[in-house]
Design a protein around this ligand. Structure first.
Ligand code: GLC
Length: 536
């Protein structure tokens, strides 16, 4: 179905976690050369664009979200020439390239932070960050009681006694967005990459940029996940940050097809909608959908609120089932739905995980998501049905969450294990031999090679769904709930009816031509944990 809408309103975007995607030079770390080799594969999925996690110069203390130089590529990933070549090559295949913009913090290796360290307390170079004196006798207590997203305090002390703010790891100092040089620098970085062919940016920690200049306490004792905030919150989702977004948007609008996508962890849709105002972000991830348990009620509620709330802003919803920060959906959906999978990872009862059920539900969820109006993001390996590698040995953990949480949270490495491309071989085709995180011994059975051309495989389900979506749905933003069967969630999109059976029993389906189903139908009945697309 051809569409008169801008590309991003119905795009399927494939997220590439470069470090774990494909290793072109055999050093165990994914890189641009490896990604270039695999572009035809990405193209074969039928997606419209790729989003590449940070590839800039970085000590990789937080997987590259600790940027030391925003205009250069980390040598482990390649060179600037490689990056430009990749963007050109992708574009030749009809794939747009979105990059990751990390404006909330830099790395402590960034030249600005090094200058700040070299200057005296109160010095000009410190004003680009949040440096403060401490509290209590000798200033030995941190300036506020804020708790880092990764656990521990948000303040670290430097040799001369001042403290600097870091909402994440201590090697990720927060920038001061009230500083004109910070604002000018990022406008320039945005332009730098748009000039080199990028189609826009996923913006990291979009809710975090503004801090209350009076640095009040929040009274937080614990910070389990996210930082929802709100206008009165000292460091999350504060209203003045929207002015910054408008500045970015005016530059982005000089490049007609380019977009901004917000990673904004906020309290509710009322707050999220603000990021979607016509002169701000084009898209904002719907994390409520991603975090919803596999129940009819939770899924229906996440969809019901997103569709009209986005439409009210003239936007469309942006669906996502996983990314590099959360437990993969095969594992999430294969656990009891009352459990928080993040907590289970470290030492939860392994018997609770049912991989078959998780895979079946992940398939159903894929057809649910790809049937919805708006844009959808797929995280590498999701199309292979990879589970979380929950049993990664502790000595391999790389995510700062594990140490910063004082070993109470296992962290996000289990969803970042390198992709299996082939059924056999040292690293299942990821590179030559090893990989920076060990792959499970049975990973080959989930490889691209093992699934390619296999009708019931997850890979072929994603391919077919994306093709049918293009054919039947991409040109339309219509959406209407339908009462189809007991225990089902059903909605109508143009001439396609999407039906999901959340109930425990198989059910009679509404009449229609079966276009696609996430598991085998039994005598035309829709089995539990199955989604079907019907032509009606
Ligand atoms: C975002 C990224 C996450 C990173 C954090 C700090 O949430 O997705 O991976 O650790 O920001 O930059």
């Amino acid at each position: 179905m051809s569409s008169s809408h801008p590309w991003w309103r119905h795009a399927v975007v494939y997220q590439v976690y470069l470090r774990s995607f494909s290793d072109g030079d055999g050093d165990g770390t994914g890189d641009i050369a490896g990604l270039r080799l695999r572009l035809p594969y990405i193209r074969s999925l039928g997606v419209d664009a790729i989003w590449i996690n940070p590839w800039y110069v970085s000590p990789l203390n937080d997987g590259g979200y600790d940027v030391a130089d925003y205009r250069r590529i980390d040598p482990r990933f390649g060179t600037l020439e490689d990056a430009i070549g990749l963007i050109e090559e992708a574009s030749g295949l009809g794939l747009r390239v979105l990059l990751d913009l990390v404006p909330n913090h830099t790395s402590t290796d960034h030249v600005w932070f090094q200058e700040a360290l070299a200057s005296a307390p109160g010095g000009k170079a410190r004003a680009r960050y949040h440096f403060r004196p401490g509290r209590g006798p000798g200033g030995a207590e941190p300036p506020t009681d804020w708790i880092s997203v990764f656990g521990g305090r948000t303040w670290s002390r430097v040799g001369d006694g001042e403290w600097y703010l870091h909402l994440f790891d201590s090697t990720q100092p927060d920038l001061n967005w009230a500083h004109p040089e910070v604002r000018a620098e990022f406008l320039d970085i945005i332009r730098f990459w748009l000039e080199r062919g990028a189609s826009g940016f996923r913006v990291d920690v979009a809710n975090g940029l503004e801090k209350d200049p009076s640095y009040p306490d929040v009274g937080a004792v614990d910070k389990p996940k996210g930082i929802p905030g709100g206008d009165l919150h000292p460091y999350s989702d504060r209203d003045p940050l929207h002015e910054i977004v408008r500045e970015w948007r005016s530059v982005v609008d000089e490049y007609p097809e380019a977009i901004l996508v917000a990673e904004a962890w906020v309290e509710n849709w009322d707050r999220l909608a603000r990021y979607l105002r016509p002169d701000e972000y084009h898209q904002a991830f719907n994390f409520e959908f991603m975090e919803a348990p596999w129940t009819e009620e939770a899924m229906k509620s996440a969809i019901s609120i997103a569709v009209p709330a986005s439409a009210a802003m003239g936007a469309v919803p942006t669906w996502v089932l996983s990314n590099h920060d959360i437990v993969r959906q095969v594992t999430r959906y294969g656990l009891p739905q009352t459990l928080d999978a993040r907590d289970w990872l470290l030492d939860g009862d392994r018997e609770l995980f049912d991989p078959g059920l998780g895979l079946r539900r992940a398939k159903a969820a894929a057809l649910l998501m790809l049937g919805l109006p708006g844009s959808a993001y797929i995280y590498q390996g999701e199309e292979l049905g990879l589970p979380e590698v929950h049993d990664l040995p502790l000595e391999f953990l790389d995510d700062p969450t594990y140490t910063r949480s004082e070993q109470t949270m296992k962290g996000r490495d289990g969803c970042r294990v390198p992709i299996p491309w082939t059924a056999e071989g040292g690293s299942f085709g990821f590179g030559t031999d090893g990989s920076w995180l060990p792959q499970p011994a049975d990973w080959g059975g989930l490889s691209v090679e093992s699934q390619e051309g296999v009708p019931d495989s997850m890979l072929e389900l994603y391919r077919t769904a994306i093709r049918l979506r293009d054919q039947h749905l991409a040109g339309s933003e219509s959406f209407e709930w339908v009462e189809a069967c007991v225990g089902c969630l059903a909605f109508q999109r143009e001439s396609v009816l999407v039906v999901v059976n959340f109930g425990p029993e198989s059910t009679v389906m509404p009449e229609g031509e079966i276009l696609l189903a996430s598991s085998r139908l039994v005598e035309d009945r829709l089995p539990p944990d199955t989604t079907a697309w019907l032509g009606v």
